[in-house]
Design a protein around this ligand. Structure first.
Ligand code: ZN
Ligand code: ZN
Length: 390
């Protein structure tokens, strides 16, 4: 634990006035309103506030001078290792300066802002816009080849009248009188003093006294907007596209959020996607399977895909056609077309077909059916073996 005098930046014999002045300077430097989201500043702000809490009280200061920070435990509610919270730090700060208009000059010379605007840039008045999510469905073919899409969005865009400044008048923004511009106030709740969002300015620290009539002081207006974007070939269900800056513009003209387009690919009646491969089940007849055949498969490309089915192919066997699948989204390469052959057993036989098949059955040999050969016997042996083994 660093020395409280060092933290505040005063000599050991400094007067209460000097301590208060030095604390004010440091506290303003590290105030969370000035350093939003900065953990280092937050830590420093807590440290100077903790140091000030001790040094501004002559009794605590004497105890500290005598015993160091160990001597403080009796003052910190009896918790050794008491950690200053942000709430306590802010309370100390407001307690010391709450009545004064300490935020004068904090935002760079009153409320005459930078960048040509004349309405200031308070830390919380301008808020970043929200990102949006939208669902888009594409067909199987569109996912394969890519597609340009157009969307109509109902978005917040920058108000053209006030350019996001929320007012068109040079003195249309006033510092909030209730909270002095800090955006928070303290409220007594029983024994505790709670830091609350200022009810008058809703935490913005400023009040728009003459709101822009086009946007009612929001700095943004809702408008229909067309968005064109490209869905790259190879996209799959569950993927999302990010369109930076196509979300809502924030209050006070804050930077727009992003638009996230969540993609769903419609299932196809015949084709199925597996990774970057396309799977097609192709029914063929017993004769075609036994004798072999050639097939032309209509495709998403300009030409049909020709495949040769070798004689003796078994049902369930897959033939692979290289490079006829989905393009890879990462880098180069394409998936394959997998043609899964399904041998269809003939039904609704005519008398003649029946005779031929019966005749074929009489002629069939073990050579014709290597898997079928002796299969039932092997199965029997298995059960006999299992019984004798037990
Ligand atoms: Zn406006
Ligand atoms: Zn306020």
């Amino acid at each position: 634990m660093a020395d409280y005098y060092e933290i505040i930046g005063v000599a050991k014999d400094a007067s209460q006035d000097d301590i208060k002045k030095a604390y004010r300077k440091k506290a303003l430097q590290f105030h969370p309103d000035r350093n939003p989201g900065d953990p280092t500043a937050e830590k420093k702000f807590k440290e100077v506030s903790e140091a000030y809490e001790v040094l501004c009280d002559e009794k605590k200061r004497q105890a500290y001078d005598r015993y160091g920070s160990e001597g403080m435990h009796s003052y910190a509610g009896g918790h050794p290792g008491h950690q200053e919270t942000m709430e306590e730090a802010l309370r100390t700060f407001m307690g010391a300066f709450g009545g004064e208009s300490i935020f004068e000059g904090m935002f760079g010379g009153g409320f005459s802002g930078q960048g040509g605007g004349s309405y200031g840039e308070g830390p919380s008045r301008v808020q970043p816009g929200a990102s949006k999510r939208i669902n888009v469905t594409v067909s199987f073919a569109e996912a394969l080849k890519g597609v340009d899409k157009e969307l109509s969005l109902n978005n917040y865009i920058l108000c053209e009248t006030c350019k996001g400044n929320r007012t068109t008048s040079s003195d249309g923004v006033k510092r909030c009188p209730r909270c002095g511009g800090s955006g928070h106030v303290f409220e007594q709740r029983g024994f505790f003093s709670m830091s609350m969002t200022c009810p008058q300015c809703h935490g913005e620290g400023e009040i728009i006294t003459q709101p822009c009539t086009s946007c009612h002081g929001e700095g943004r207006t809702k408008q229909k907007r067309r968005v064109n974007f490209h869905v790259p070939p190879g996209i799959d269900s569950g993927m999302r596209l990010k369109l930076p800056g196509y979300g809502d513009v924030g209050i006070g003209g804050g930077p727009a959020g992003d638009l996230f387009v969540y993609i769903t690919v419609e299932p196809h009646e015949f084709f199925e996607r597996q990774g970057n491969d396309i799977v097609l089940e192709l029914p063929i007849s017993i004769g075609e399977a036994a004798l072999g055949c050639k097939k032309e498969i209509p495709s998403f490309g300009t030409q049909a895909i020709k495949i040769a089915i070798p004689e003796g192919i078994q049902s369930g066997k897959t033939l692979r056609v290289r490079g006829e699948g989905f393009p890879s989204l990462q880098g180069s390469g394409k998936g394959d077309l997998q043609v899964k052959v399904i041998v269809e057993t003939p039904t609704n036989l005519t008398q003649r077909q029946r005779e031929i098949l019966e005749e074929f059955s009489k002629l069939e040999s073990a050579n014709n059916f290597p898997k079928k050969k002796g299969f039932i016997e092997k199965l029997k042996d298995f059960f006999v073996g299992a019984k004798s083994g037990s």
